[in-house]
Design a protein around this ligand. Structure first.
Ligand code: ADP
Ligand code: MG
Length: 253
C-alpha cells in the first residue's frame, strides 16, 4: 500500500490570456500513495481545478513531469491520454454531468462505451450492481431529472466506478448539495476509499476536507501546506451500500 499511484515533479501551467502569459501553477511537486484520500483546498482561483484536470489527463502541464503508476503521462499524445483516462481514471464533478436523455443504468455505462466495450447483458448487470451499490437499485430506469441532486451525484459516483479505475478524481463533489446530502456522498466516498480506491478531491469547505486522510492547501498556484488528517468515521446506520451487492462485485470496482 506504500507505492505512489501518482507523482508530479515541478509542474507548471501557464495560460495565455489576451496575449499575456498567466501562470496558474508554479512548480507543484506531489506524490499520492495507493489508498490515500487527498483533499485539495485553497481559495478560488488558486489553481485547484487546473491541477485536478492535469492529474485527470484532461489537460497538460506547461512543464514538469507527471507519472501515473509506471506511466510517464507528460509525454503522451492526446489518444494515449484518452486511453489512460478510460483505463485508470474515474471522474466526479460538482454538476454531476449526467446525460439527461439516458437512464441511470445507461449513464453508468458511459465510461464503458468510451472504452469501446460492447454493451451486453454482462456489462448491463455490472452497471446495475453499481447502481445497487450506491443505493439506487430501485431507480434503474429513471432519468436524471427524476432524481434529487444527491441521487444524481450517486449515479455519477457509480459511473466513476464503471471502468474499475485505480484513481478517482472529484471536483467539489458536494458543491451543489445541502449538508445532510453531503454527508451521504462523503460517507460513500469514504467507504470506497476504505475498500482501497484512491481519491483526490477538490473542495473549499473544511467540513468536507474533514472526511479525507490528507489535506493539501494551495495558494497562488503553489502547495502551501500538506497535513495528514484523521478522517471522520463512516457513520453507522446509513443504508447506502448493500453489503450483499458489495461482496459480489468487490473485486471489480
Ligand atoms: P480554482 O479551481 O482553485 O478556483 P482554477 O484552477 O479554476 O482555480 O483557476 C486558476 C486560475 O487560472 C484562475 O485565475 C482562472 O481564471 C485561470 N484559468 C483557468 N482556466 C483557464 C483557461 N482555460 N484559460 C485562461 N485562464 C484560465
Ligand atoms: Mg475550481
Amino acid at each position: 500500500m506504500e507505492s505512489p499511484i501518482l507523482q508530479v515533479e515541478n509542474l507548471t501551467k501557464v495560460y495565455t490570456l489576451g496575449g499575456y502569459p498567466l501562470t496558474v501553477l508554479r512548480g507543484i511537486s506531489l506524490s499520492v500513495k495507493v489508498g490515500d484520500f487527498v483533499a485539495l483546498m485553497g481559495p478560488s482561483g488558486s489553481g485547484k481545478s487546473t491541477l485536478l484536470n492535469i492529474l485527470g489527463c484532461l489537460d497538460r502541464p506547461t512543464s514538469g513531469s507527471y507519472h501515473l503508476g509506471e506511466e510517464d503521462v507528460s509525454i503522451m499524445s492526446d489518444d494515449q491520454l484518452s486511453d489512460i483516462r478510460c483505463r485508470y481514471l474515474g471522474f466526479i464533478f460538482q454538476q454531476y454531468n449526467l446525460l439527461p436523455q439516458y437512464t441511470v443504468v445507461e449513464n453508468i455505462e458511459v465510461p464503458l462505451i468510451y472504452q469501446g466495450a460492447k454493451i451486453d447483458e454482462k456489462t448491463k448487470s455490472r452497471c446495475e450492481s453499481l447502481a445497487n451499490l450506491v443505493g439506487l437499485g430501485d431507480r434503474l430506469d429513471h432519468r436524471p431529472m427524476q432524481l434529487s441532486g444527491g441521487q444524481q451525484q450517486r449515479v455519477a459516483i457509480a459511473r466513476s466506478l464503471a471502468n474499475a479505475p485505480s484513481l478517482i478524481l472529484a471536483d467539489e463533489p458536494t458543491g451543489n448539495l445541502d449538508s445532510s446530502t453531503s454527508v451521504e456522498i462523503m460517507s460513500l466516498l469514504r467507504i470506497l476509499n476504505s475498500m482501497g480506491k484512491t481519491i483526490v478531491m477538490v473542495t473549499h469547505e473544511n467540513d468536507i476536507a474533514a472526511w479525507s486522510k490528507r489535506i493539501l492547501r494551495m495558494r497562488d498556484g503553489q502547495i502551501e501546506s500538506d497535513t495528514p488528517n484523521t478522517p471522520i468515521p463512516i457513520p453507522t446506520g446509513l443504508r447506502l451500500i448493500d453489503p450483499d451487492v458489495l461482496t459480489n462485485i468487490v473485486g471489480g470496482i
